[in-house]
Design a protein around this ligand. Structure first.
Ligand SMILES: [Zn+2]
Ligand SMILES: [Zn+2]
Length: 324
């Protein structure tokens, strides 16, 4: 801890624009879970995988066949099509290697007019060729997902049966699927947040920067004043106490929430600062908060016990200071 303090001091001595040497990044993640409405044609395609059948759509206008079945013809835009059963065999028209060493290929199923992208199994990137014949391998268990086809494997089989009209089945269409996007990234602290976090980690010191034009102290610190667009020029210590400018009681649950509702979120201006910082207010019964909390009320940081992590999360919450 001592060494870290010394290092932080030295770094500050070099003035603005230096990069703190510790904790240079933090791991960030954006998650977006959603429910995908598959559409009529794809819903049948997904459902029929359980019956080990590949369902395509034949356009009533241009007669092109697409697999998986589509609600619109990609070739001519026609919305009317007939569902057909397509043979589980085809030809590789293009392929690539994934980072994990797997092979993804464009497969032209026998009788289809468009390619279907899926995994190729049992053969590596170097062993595969354009034009190779492949056959679907079914997964052990069907879950109404495109992975009900485990992948395609090389086959000696010649062209399969021509597409046949699909006569329907008892399989329940898979109308919705749970999906999610996830983006993991490293966010660089940079010299401004880095200095703030180093100060918090070494000595619970909260620092902002002063704008040379409007003289406002900005917390968290940043390179430019948001009001004057001037480059900030001076580090300033601010207190770990402040004033509530606005608050909200959160009852709703949402994705990525780090606290269990209900809790109070507030915009706080720290003593010595000019900008608002968002943090939680606790140390007060949430049900009483509606009645007892007011804007303009003073609050004081309650720091977490133990080794600091070097972020604003080292402040557990802000506690209201009741003056009466
Ligand atoms: Zn068409
Ligand atoms: Zn300014």
């Amino acid at each position: 801890m001592e060494a870290r303090t010394a290092e932080s001091m030295e770094m500050r001595g070099q003035g603005l624009g230096t990069t703190p040497s510790e904790n240079p990044t933090f791991a960030g993640r954006i998650e977006l879970p959603y429910t995908l409405t598959t559409g009529k044609a794809a819903a049948t395609f997904l459902a029929e995988l359980a019956n080990k059948r590949l369902i395509g759509s034949r356009c009533t206008s241009c007669t092109d066949i697409a697999v998986p079945a589509q609600d619109f013809c990609a070739a001519c835009g026609e919305t009317l099509s007939d569902l057909v059963v397509v043979a589980p065999t085809g030809e590789v028209t293009g392929f690539t290697e994934t980072e994990a060493g797997g092979v993804l290929a464009m497969i032209r199923l026998d009788g289809a007019d468009a390619d279907f992208v899926h995994k190729v199994l049992d053969v590596g990137f170097d062993g595969l060729e354009i034009g190779a014949r492949v056959e679907a391998r079914w997964a052990d268990e069907a879950t109404g997902n495109v992975m009900d086809i485990a992948g395609f494997t090389p086959t000696e089989a010649g062209p399969g049966e021509a597409p046949q009209a699909f006569k329907g089945s008892d399989a329940e269409p898979v109308l919705q699927q749970k999906y999610g996007l996830r983006l993991e990234y490293d966010h660089a602290f940079g010299p401004y947040y880095g200095t703030l976090f180093d100060g918090i980690a070494s000595s619970r010191r909260i620092q902002g920067v002063r704008c040379p034009s409007c003289k406002c102290v900005l917390v968290p610190p940043r390179e430019y004043c948001d009001t004057c667009f001037c480059r900030t020029a001076e580090w300033v210590d601010v207190a770990d106490s402040g004033t509530i400018k606005a608050f909200s009681i959160i009852y709703m649950e949402f994705v990525g929430q780090t606290r269990e509702p209900p809790y109070v979120y507030a915009e706080i201006v720290l003593d010595g600062a000019a900008t608002r910082l968002i943090h939680t207010i606790a140390g007060i019964d949430v049900e009483d908060a509606k009645e007892r909390l007011r804007t303009g009320m003073k609050v004081k940081a309650v720091w977490k016990n133990g080794e600091p992590s070097g972020s604003l999360d080292d402040i557990e919450y802000f506690e209201p200071v009741f003056e009466d």
